[in-house]
Design a protein around this ligand. Sequence first.
Ligand SMILES: Nc1ncnc2c1ncn2[C@@H]1O[C@H](COP(=O)(O)OP(=O)(O)OP(=O)(O)O)[C@@H](O)[C@H]1O
Length: 682
Amino acid sequence: MNATEQEEREYLEEIKEKLALAIRRGDDAVRQQSAELREKKQYLHEHQSGLDEADLVAADQSINRMAFTGEAAVGRKRRLMKLAQSPYFGRIDFAPRGSREATPVYIGVHSFMDERRRRGLIFDWRAPISSMFYDFELGDAFYATPSGVIHGAIGRKRQYKIRDGRLEFMLENDVNIHDDVLQRELAKSSDDKMKNIVATIQRDQNAVIRNETAPVMVIQGVAGSGKTSIALHRIAFLLYRYRETLAARDVLIISPNKVFADYISNVLPELGEEHLPELGMEELAADLLGQQYPFQTFFEQVSALLETPAPAFVERIRFKASFEFLGQLNQYLLHVENHYFTGAALRVGSAVVPLAFLQARFRAYHRVPLLKRFALVAEDVRNHVRAATGRKLSGGEKATIGEAIPRMFKFNNVLDFYRDFYRWLGQPALFRYEPGTSLEYADVFPLIYLRIRLEGSAAYDHVKHLLVDEMQDYTPVQYAVLGRLFSCRKTILGDVSQTVNPYSASSAETIERVFPQAEVVKLYRSYRSTVEITAFAQRLAPNPDIIPLERHGPAPVVAGFGSAAEELQALQGMLTAAPGSAPQSLGIICKTLKQAEQVHEALQGPGVYLLTDESTAFREGVVITTAHLAKGLEFDAVIVPFVSAGNYHTEVDKRMLYIACTRAMHRLTLTHAGERTTFLAG
Ligand SMILES: Nc1ncnc2c1ncn2[C@@H]1O[C@H](COP(=O)(O)OP(=O)(O)OP(=O)(O)O)[C@@H](O)[C@H]1O
């Protein structure tokens, strides 16, 4: 051990002692507070009858305050305990311009102060000064603070791996060693759900995480580029930066399914923040449509495309996913506004209200949803008649006006408008719906969009930041709905190559058309898979811009078998092979749910799980699922069975295969019986 390392070990011990002391002090404070709280409650209980209303309110408030301080103390203790395990992961010695002395800045998941000397011992990775750790190597550096930019120089940079309070290794960054720590992190097994990456955030990722200006941030990144990780770290950053006004409960994640939501649920708590509220797109749809219209789910739509892709069905999906379709809906609404409020002049007693007056009033409320204007127009008509006749109106006359105005509108039911829209387009066959059956998924959000424009929307004003993952799977109409429901800032991320439904995929460019104020960032470096796996997946969806991180492993294997039975037997063999060197997580990813069920049937056993669209939690072990449901997840090893020419032959199939292969971190095996798919030729 060299002198530097010795010094660092001693410093670590010093910090750990300080942390232990702070934890003990915190414990004492919590104990004292809860004793006081108990006493106060006891006093209140015993003297309740003698206290007046004002005393009771005051006592209540004081108890609440004490409970709140107690909770804060518990939170602080949790953070200190976490720091005691791993106090920091980085250090920069920074000398501001004009000062000759560089001060060490240790960086960790939370901050820790020397209270007596008012000196930061550990800086939160989100603190302004910590940004230099991610943005600069040795030499000139700067960071932005709310009161201006501070320039200076970094004289030293170190990285540490401290686990369970022990220094496992440290690295001196006199060259760019950042990559070395990153390599070690990436070479590890994924023994858990998604993890935080604070110690190895890369420069381009840091820029996205710390962006404070974009009203809508769109992140298009190749498979494994860290989009989801970055988005979650971005939320953690914003929660820190705006802690006075933004809390975890003010953020909403729109997630593709419950398994994914569970898979990512660790990251924020690992960073010391609370769990984020989450909502599926279909839950949102059910919220907005109510019980009235049962509908097909996205998973069912994709399953139908994988099994029986009828051309007319594909056509309906494709049409409703286009940007032009949104434009046509908007034009139709204009048409409704201009032509559907009609009839004749209205006679009220001796007064006649001309049609032109009625229509002018109707249009005057262009900011009010169409079906919400009637009461306003009726009130204007009553005032008009009152002024014209110079007398008060009778109850009957008022009622006549109230009833006559809505009748002047062509329909009053959203579904009638939606059907009429297709007639207006001259394409009635593009809407297939029989009352009593389910709406096609492609109709769900257009109908919701119309409903919002016609009736207004429920308020989601409490949401201050919206996070949308898997952006490629949502159509322009869905974004238009999100835009109307959520006026807050948004982070939208995804990868157009990973669409599960190529007929309704959105690229960053499409989303930009719906949100012209969006800032688009593209990420090409891929961290998840070995170079060999990335190169293999590239054959399915070539992207010349992708930059795989230089990490090597075995080449993917495509194994052919004589029959389906032999193939299943081989899969069983793979599960039981070499337990000592077995990877910790294994995903067996099929094209359809039926196939996944078949594999599950053959491989059943302890630690083997089937993930379906109904699953709610991510399971560790051997996970058998479909490509659609595996999207966003990753495994040490992936097996993709049934890659035969008969099973993988359409464009949708190819996408599924791409998604399945890109879930693998270290090993990838594909199996087939009979001829292999042409997508894997050569
Ligand atoms: N800077 C980093 N340091 C360490 N690991 C990283 C870094 N960036 C990404 N990773 C790792 O790369 C893997 C992929 O990250 P993530 O799942 O966030 O990517 P993604 O772009 O959302 O992937 P996909 O779209 O393919 O689902 C994860 O294991 C993540 O921890």
